[in-house]
Structures are given as C-alpha cells and as structure tokens.
Design a protein around this ligand. Structure first.
Ligand code: SF4
Ligand code: SF4
Ligand code: SF4
Length: 351
C-alpha cells in the first residue's frame, strides 16, 4: 500500500537541506495537512530543488501543461513552492520548510498554525547542524566602515549593492502575537533581496522598498535593540532583525551557558576597564545577558557574546569595542552554497 501523501511529503522535505524531522506527536504532519491539499502535496513530490519551467515539469511528469501552470502558480502564491522569473517566464521549484515554506506563510499565519509551530519548533531545532542558515553581524556603528571590516560584515554596504529589496513583517512576532505574547518591537523588519524579494513582492508577502528605506530599517533595528542576522553567505539574500523574545533561535540559546557557540559571528565585545565607569547602561541593551558588573568591575561573560555590537553605542565613555575573533573561515559565497554545506553535514543527497 502506498504511504499517506503527507508522510511522503514529510520525507521529501526532510531530504531538503535543512530537513523536516518527524516527531512522536505527528504535529509536523498536521502542519502539512493544514498547508497542502492532497493534490498539492502530490505535485510537490514531483518537483526538483532547482527551478524548472512548466513545460519541463509537464514533460517530465506527463501532466497537462495548462492545468499544471495554474496549479503551480496557485501553490507559489500560497508559499508552498518557490517561483523565479527569467526571460523565459516563470520557473518553479520545491523549497525547504524553514527558512522557506514557514516564512512564506507570513500572510496566512493564524492561531492554529502558530500553536502547531510552537509544538514543532523544539523538535525542528534538534535537526540543526554545525553550519547555521543565518549569522550575526555587528551594527555598523559598532565596527565602523573601513578596510578592516570584511566586505561580508559591512552590512550597510551589502544593502547598498542590492537592486530589488522587499520588507516583510516578522512572522515570529506575528506568531507570538497569536500566542498572546505581543512583542513591543516593530513588526516590519525582515529584509529580502534579489529572487527572494521578487517572490515576496509579487505574492504580496512584503512590499518593495528602495535602498534608503532599507537602510532606515537597519537604523530602526538598531534603535530598538534588534540583532542583525543576515543569511550565512557572503552574497546576502535576507536580513532578519531579531529579538530574543520571538526569534526561536535567539530565545533558546539565551538560556544556554554559552550562546556564542551556537551563533556564527565574526566579532565579540571587549570592555576596557580603564574607561569603564560601571554605570550599567550597557546591561539592559545586551540581548544575551553577556555583560556582568560586580564590585564596579565589568566584564564580558565568557561564551555569551554573539557579536551584535548593540552595547557599543550605549557606552558614553567608549569603553566597549568589538574585536574580530581569530581563525574563522569566511561564509560560503551564496546561500545555495550554505544549503549544500548543511545538506552534507546532514548526510543527505540532493534530489
Ligand atoms: S528570525 Fe528574527 S526577524 Fe526573522 S522572522 Fe524570526 S524573529 Fe523575525
Ligand atoms: S556584549 Fe551583548 S550587546 Fe554587546 S556585542 Fe556582545 S551580545 Fe551584543
Ligand atoms: S556602558 Fe560603558 S561605562 Fe557603563 S558599564 Fe557598560 S562598559 Fe562600563
């Protein structure tokens, strides 16, 4: 007997780079049942991880091209599959669950989906490997803008290089809102670029903005103490501006002894004791509780600093500066390379 289509879809998504692990509760199947109709689940199983035109998919699967085109476009608009457009028209591909299908539900998310995700995230987190999808970069005010800062850490310059930019509401804050944990931080803080931005704009998941407005989002993030988390690649595809109350990754590592071990960041803060007056202004600003002041002596707690740089601007005496951590390899060139690295660490073969 053929396995239930949602079990096959779960297995299919689990073979994609970041995976989609099974749980003892089966909540991951309930999520798929909520998002995909059975025919949509079946069609996803036919797709590849690289974009293909409708005619290519029709040829491969034997489907009738006109009906297939409608079905693929409907699924792309629902955020179940990814669409890119080039000179030859629309192309479609299967996409992993997170970062991916989950974030594409930013308009559709409701209380039921939020409850399912809250139940699933602890299991999903266990599938994480060494290479993360996002990294942390310091706010530019903390490190400046000079040749000493590697191009992939010059966050404002990376934004200035983009041609298509979208800003989207933060789905994690929306989800926490549905769970009754309304976040006081701004909602419209997620930036995406290039093909991601085009997909978000066309699907009305986000709105198109220009470079100045995108730099304004970074300013707003810094004012509000949000951690800048671009995709873990030199060519960035997105920047999340995260809070530790809603971002599942930051929320969970904050409770660990050494959060820095779980974050890819090239910097860590250092305090100059000669300049520090123990005024405590930096304490509230630090999202990881990484600063300790005892008997008028302040220090960065070993293994807690994730290199966000948010503390630097709060220090009136300029006692804090960001130090480059030695011996770290550069991020992969593209997000696709990052996904491949993650896939290899998970011992999965490309579909
Ligand atoms: S990862 Fe961060 S910015 Fe992105 S959606 Fe979640 S909390 Fe919002
Ligand atoms: S000490 Fe805290 S605020 Fe400062 S860079 Fe480290 S994590 Fe960020
Ligand atoms: S803000 Fe600066 S001076 Fe005040 S405690 Fe922090 S490091 Fe020291």
């Amino acid at each position: 007997m053929q396995k239930d289509v949602y079990i096959r879809l779960r297995e299919f998504l689990d073979a994609l780079p970041v995976g989609y692990p099974a749980t003892p509760t089966g909540v991951e199947l309930k999520i798929l049942e909520k998002l995909f109709t059975p025919p949509e689940a079946e069609l996803t199983l036919q797709l590849r991880e690289s974009p293909e035109s409708v005619s290519e998919i029709a040829r491969r699967t034997g489907a009738e091209a006109e009906a297939l085109a409608d079905q693929l476009e409907t699924m792309a608009r629902k955020g179940l599959i990814f669409r890119v457009r080039d000179d030859d028209g629309a192309k479609y591909q299967a996409f992993q669950f997170m970062i991916g299908i989950y974030e594409f539900q930013v308009n559709a998310i409701d209380r039921e989906f939020s409850e399912m995700m809250e139940a699933y995230l602890p299991f999903f987190g266990k599938s994480m490997v060494k290479t993360p999808q996002l990294r942390v970069v310091p706010v530019e005010s903390a490190v400046g803008f000079s040749g000493a800062v590697a191009p992939y850490n010059q966050i404002r310059n990376l934004v200035r290089q983009q041609t298509t930019i979208a800003v989207t509401p933060c789905i994690c804050r929306k989800e926490q809102g549905f769970m009754g944990n309304e976040c006081s931080k701004p909602r419209e803080t997620c930036l995406s670029f290039g093909p991601f931005a085009e997909y978000y704009i066309e699907n009305q998941f986000g709105r198109q903005i220009d470079i100045e407005a995108a730099l304004g989002v970074l300013d707003m993030a810094e004012e509000n103490g949000l951690v800048l988390s671009p995709t873990n690649s030199r060519e960035i595809q997105a920047i999340c501006c995260c809070c530790t109350c809603c971002c599942p990754a930051l929320k969970n590592i904050k409770f660990l002894k050494h959060p820095a071990s779980y974050v890819r960041s090239y910097y860590a803060a250092k305090i100059d004791m000669d300049l520090c007056t123990a005024c405590e202004e930096c304490l509230d600003r630090c999202p990881m509780d990484a600063i300790r002041i005892e008997a008028d002596v302040s220090e960065i707690i070993d293994g807690r600093c994730i290199g966000c740089g948010l503390c630097v601007s709060t220090c009136a005496t300029e006692a804090i500066h960001m130090q480059l951590k030695p011996g770290l390899a550069m991020p992969p060139d593209t997000l696709q390379d990052t996904f491949e690295q993650i896939r290899q660490e998970r011992n999965r073969k490309k579909a």
